[in-house]
Ligand binder design. Structure first.
Ligand SMILES: Nc1ncnc2c1ncn2[C@@H]1O[C@H](COP(=O)(O)OP(=O)(O)OP(=O)(O)O)[C@@H](O)[C@H]1O
Ligand SMILES: [Mg+2]
Length: 290
């Protein structure tokens, strides 16, 4: 379906299309809670009434399976959106959560790195697919654990980056590299890009180390660290095996409650950030006019 047909179909269904707000969930470190954060943040935003698309950009496909998508039966995936320009709404799958859609990943993405090297506008493929009128308020991108071309595509498409950080000894290791990458993408490809915030994950209140790490991270990132801390909670790790976000699997568990709180904090920060963007634009206009 081409873009005008997509628009017509959405209009017929009474759904407005617009360029969505795009958040990339990224950290090149493995196992820090990117997928858990993506899935539960996307679910919480849908529960608040937003229409949300979760883009699974990781060949491991944990976000897709965690939302109950059986990857074996899929005909198309985020790979087809990136390589063959198949429209997002054609590939997006409904989930059990009302208002939440997922662009599933496929194992083909594991070869994307090498295949993308020879493609034109290789850093902009996802941006072209997502920065267009779509029937979603938010797009959340679950990135793979690397600073690869796939992650680069996510950063070029995004408005802002959410960085999950596990409360463990080596938490800050590699973060200067991530910060530099965000800065480089901002300067070279995407001047919109901003660090949205840093989410402390897998916090263990019984462990002094968690508190020390949280303190260090706050000293390094200041106000960028969200006030909400995600605790270590076994329900968060059980939920994906049932194909459900923890917020649906067990809404009362401490992990689900923390993610609901985090989503609200993120939305509050969104308002401040939107104010800053308008302010900057006005300032630029004043500078231009002077
Ligand atoms: N707060 C938490 N409490 C307990 N377990 C958690 C928590 N957050 C994540 N986990 C578990 O830790 C593991 C890693 O989490 P997750 O898959 O979200 O990380 P990731 O950064 O996406 O990993 P990868 O880099 O491999 O993509 C998973 O088994 C997940 O269920
Ligand atoms: Mg993951």
């Amino acid at each position: 379906m081409n873009t005008s047909l997509q628009k017509a179909a959405s209009a017929k269904a009474g759904i407005q299309t617009k360029i969505p707000r795009i958040l990339a969930v990224a950290n090149q470190k493995g196992g820090v809670g990117k997928t858990t954060t993506s899935v539960n943040l996307a679910t919480a935003l849908s529960a608040i009434g937003k229409r949300v698309l979760l883009v699974d950009l990781d060949p491991q496909g944990n976000a897709s399976t965690g939302l109950g998508i059986r990857r074996a039966g899929l005909r198309t995936s985020s790979y087809d959106v990136i390589f063959f320009e198949v429209p997002v709404t054609e590939v997006a799958q409904e989930t059990k959560v009302p208002g939440l859609y997922v662009l599933p990943s496929s194992i083909h993405l594991s070869g994307a790195e090498i295949e993308l090297v020879n493609e034109s506008r290789r850093e902009h493929r996802l941006e072209s697919a997502l920065r267009t009128a779509l029937p979603y308020d938010y797009v959340i991108i679950d990135c793979p654990p690397s600073l690869s071309l796939l992650t680069l595509n996510a950063l070029v498409a995004a408005d802002a980056v959410v960085v999950p950080l596990q409360c463990e000894f080596y938490a800050l290791e590699g973060l200067s590299h991530l910060s530099k990458t965000i800065e480089r993408v901002k300067q070279t490809y995407n001047p919109r890009l901003d660090l949205h915030g840093v989410a402390l994950t897998m916090y263990d209140g019984r462990n002094k180390l968690s508190a020390m790490v949280a303190e260090d991270v706050r000293a390094y990132f200041g106000d960028k660290v969200y006030k909400t801390i995600i605790p270590r909670n076994v329900r968060l790790s059980e939920a994906p095996s049932h194909g459900l976000p923890a917020i649906i699997y067990d809404m009362r568990c401490s992990g689900a409650q923390a993610y609901i709180k985090l989503a609200k904090e993120i939305l509050r920060r969104e308002k401040t950030m939107a104010g800053e963007i308008v302010g900057n634009k006005q300032q630029n206009n004043v500078i231009k006019a002077a």
